[in-house]
Design a protein around this ligand. Structure first.
Ligand code: PMP
Ligand code: GLU
Length: 379
């Protein structure tokens, strides 16, 4: 047989998904594993959102829809962005995708040519690099400050004539850090000075604790060069619905639209009606989930600190990023095999020596998981 695609062979599997699959397999085998490995809210999708989807199904919204998304959802997103994120957005600047991940992939395909470089601020989530690679580009990594998890001028050293884009993810998966105004302005200045595009993944925007979420596209002329990524998975506990969106200048949306038309066609029609209800409906559910994440966050961080661990500033998202003393892969394996607690090693996020714990699970499970980690001897 002839060899398969070298491009795809060169891409790593998703560590977050692989570890979660492994934990699920152990659970199926009857092992009582607590999974803190995947970033997924444990709440059910709020009822009014589910009802809107069921109503849509029952009234026959089971056909193809406009490929960029149903007009009602494009308008709801454009109003949300204009009012909440504070940069102007028309419905034609929106594309609804199969999860935020799909928006990231389509955005990379739309912007990159072979050999283009993309600046990735590390620690970084696992899927940006594969999306860049699939689009023919190359990642150039730049580590943020390991204490503050903010950005400084040293990033200038990474920019060259091939640099085309920078990826920003605030609040950050995996570190939980939220970029302050200074870091965001630095990114904006960099993009303006070197004529770069930006991808700003704001999927955790609703999960901030005592900090302000800043949208990159709201700074200066950044709306004209930024692809803002967002979705419904985290804010509305809709991970399995596979719904996300991108907001960008229309020239970019037109290119993303072609990628979408020739791959997935569109997001699921009746699911999009649920998303309309999510954006147009009562937002108290979002605040209730945020408040619960905050309660768990305080507990987990204080327990970890009492155990002697240093943690990254957990100002956003739902991850505790823990500094370990030793090989993160070995320690995570020990926690899984001896303690039956699944966590994701920092190496998967270009941050060896750290481990990511998702606190998007019940207090009871979190308490038990920390107890088990303690029993394994930690490290
Ligand atoms: N961006 C980040 C930073 C994430 O953590 C995730 C997690 N799934 C995504 C994007 C993708 O979200 P979705 O489930 O909407 O594809
Ligand atoms: N984003 C979540 C995580 O980091 C879900 C899994 C994934 O899509 O990577 O765990």
């Amino acid at each position: 047989m002839r060899s398969l695609s070298e491009k795809v062979a060169g891409i790593a599997p998703s560590a977050t998904i692989e570890i979660s699959n492994r934990a699920k397999k152990m659970q199926r085998e009857g092992i009582d594993v607590i999974s803190l490995s995947i970033g997924e809210p444990d709440f059910d999708t709020p009822k009014h959102i589910r009802d809107a989807c069921i109503d849509a199904l029952n009234r026959g919204e089971t056909h193809y829809a406009p490929s960029n998304g149903i007009p009602e959802l494009l308008s709801a997103v454009s109003e949300k962005i204009t009012n909440e994120n504070r940069f102007p957005c028309k419905p034609e600047q929106v594309i609804v995708t199969c999860g935020a991940k799909d928006a990231i992939y389509e955005g990379m395909e739309a912007v990159l040519n072979p050999g283009d470089e993309v600046l990735l601020l590390t620690p970084a989530w696992v899927s940006y690099e594969p999306c860049v690679q699939m689009a023919g580009g190359k990642i150039v990594k730049h580590a943020v400050n390991q204490k503050t998890f903010q950005l400084d001028d040293s990033i200038l050293e990474r920019v060259n004539a091939r640099t085309k884009m920078i990826v920003v993810n605030s609040p950050s998966n995996p570190s939980g850090a939220v970029f302050d105004k200074k870091s965001m302005n630095l990114v904006a200045d960099l993009c303006q000075d070197f004529d770069l595009y930006a991808m700003s993944d704001e999927i955790y925007e609703k999960m901030v604790y005592g900090k302000e979420h800043l949208s990159l596209a709201a700074i200066g002329d950044m709306a004209g060069r930024t692809i803002t990524i967002n979705g419904f998975s985290k804010a509305y506990a809709m991970t399995g619905w596979r719904l996300g969106y991108a907001v960008a200048p229309t020239e970019i949306i037109k290119q993303m639209s072609k990628v979408q038309q020739h791959s997935v066609s569109q997001a699921t029609t009746f699911a999009m009606w649920g998303a309309v209800a999510a954006l147009r409906g009562d937002q108290r559910c979002v605040e209730e989930m945020r408040a619960e994440f905050d309660r768990r966050r305080k507990f987990v961080i204080s327990e970890l600190n009492l155990m002697g661990y240093t943690t990254a500033p957990a100002d956003g998202a739902f991850y505790a990023f823990v500094k370990v003393s030793g090989d993160d892969m070995e320690i995570a394996t020990k926690w899984l095999e001896q303690g039956h607690v699944a966590a994701t090693p920092g190496s998967a996020f270009y941050a060896p020596g750290w481990i990511r714990l998702s606190y998007a699970t019940s207090m009871e499970k979190l308490r038990e998981a920390l107890q088990r980690i303690r029993k394994t001897g930690g490290n």
